[in-house]
Design a protein around this ligand. Structure first.
Ligand SMILES: Nc1nc2c(ncn2[C@@H]2O[C@H](COP(=O)(O)OP(=O)(O)OP(=O)(O)O)[C@@H](O)[C@H]2O)c(=O)[nH]1
Ligand SMILES: [Mg+2]
Length: 347
């Protein structure tokens, strides 16, 4: 499917431009009014923007419109049967796309999902909203990959939480330590690499003392292996790391060399409030470390859950945990496919 934005001073013109380029089979994914001025929109012109999509296989059938002087003005989209009324089933397409867009899925992924669904449904059934809804649920569910709950039968588990600054790495380490030590009764040891801020060590030390679990502070990148050597009797070792902006090459290299040739699972922690473009840049940067799993934090701070689909499908790794508040140890859950799928579809 090709998609493109068309802007004009009237909606009929924008639709006309889309049809001229994409042909009569093009569909409108959405229409919005945009202001063109840079000065707070005060003196700007109002323009109509149409986001059009077309199946490249159908593009061959296009009949370009060349509007010349004296020709009739193009009619508004609604009058041309382009309002995706029930007769051609396109209201369902728009319904699917808009549901995904409302959850702030990237345009690329939303279009991909709609395309995948339509490929499996004959055109005459495109009006069957319950069928499309069922297929949408199945498609979203298959994109939300979740990890299986942690097991300790195969020996020690060593997990490092990495990610941008302030996303909740330290708080999540405290939640995990509390749940696995105090509730699941596992032997837990903590390590922190975050010596950039004195307060960071103190923050984790407080939790470690309350839970009565050991904490080792590592001051150099080659100190991780000796810290691990002192924890061989632990079931679970959790490693807290310094926040690392995806633009900060120096910190990223420091992380990389700290984990070099060590058998440590890396969990990328991302906040649910992250914008789609930033999310992709963050994943791209952290992929260099070799990411095994995701933790999505701060789900309580948003009502749009596109990240639950976007992050695992872009990173190609599952979500292991979600967090939904500041309370230790309560506000953390093991990621569960059905629950996350419902959040995305029902908001
Ligand atoms: N609302 C909400 N706040 C959270 C959640 N998890 C963590 N926080 C808060 O986010 C803030 C930052 O949490 P930290 O755990 O210090 O984040 P961090 O990633 O360790 O930060 P740096 O070490 O500075 O990179 C704190 O105020 C936490 O209480 C969550 O799930 N929901
Ligand atoms: Mg921290």
């Amino acid at each position: 499917m090709r998609i493109k934005k068309f802007r004009a001073e009237t909606l009929p013109e924008a639709v006309s431009m889309m049809k001229a380029e994409f042909g009569d089979d093009a569909i409108i994914l959405h229409t919005i009014i945009v202001k063109t001025s840079r000065f707070f929109g005060l003196f700007g012109k109002k323009q109509y923007e149409v986001l059009g999509a077309v199946d490249p296989n159908q593009e061959n059938n296009k009949k370009p419109h060349h509007v010349t002087a004296g020709q009739q003005e193009p009619q508004p989209a609604a009058n041309q049967g382009l309002d995706w009324g029930t007769e051609d089933g396109s209201s369902a397409i728009q319904f699917l796309y808009q549901l995904l867009a409302r959850q702030e899925l990237s345009q690329t992924l939303a279009v991909d999902i709609v395309k995948t669904i339509l490929r499996q449904v004959p055109k005459q059934e495109w009006n069957e909203t319950p069928l499309l809804k069922r297929m949408l649920r199945a498609e979203i569910s298959s994109l939300i990959r979740v990890d299986k709950p942690w097991e300790f039968d195969d020996g020690q588990k060593v997990v490092a939480l990495v990610g941008p600054t302030g996303v909740g790495k330290t708080t999540t380490i405290a939640k995990l330590a509390a749940n696995y030590h105090l509730i699941a009764r596992k032997k837990v040891g903590l390590i922190t690499l975050d010596t950039y801020r004195i307060a960071a060590v103190e923050q984790l030390k407080k939790y470690a003392d309350i839970m009565n679990v050991p904490l080792t502070v590592v001051y150099s990148t080659n100190g991780v292996s000796s810290a691990l050597a002192s924890y061989t009797d632990m079931d679970l070792v959790l490693i807290d790391t310094f926040g690392c902006s995806h633009h900060n090459q120096e910190r990223m290299s420091a992380l990389k060399s700290a984990f070099e040739s060590l058998d440590i699972e890396k969990y990328l922690v991302v906040s649910a409030t992250t914008k789609s473009n930033d999310l992709m840049a963050i994943i791209d940067a952290f992929k260099e470390l070799g990411i095994d799993n995701l933790i999505v934090t701060k789900l309580d701070e948003t009502r749009t859950y596109g990240i639950l689909v976007e992050a695992p499908s872009y990173a190609q790794v599952p979500i292991a945990f979600i967090t939904n508040g500041q309370s230790v140890p309560d506000d953390i859950e093991i990621a569960e496919n059905e629950q996350l799928t419902s959040m995305v579809l029902e908001g």
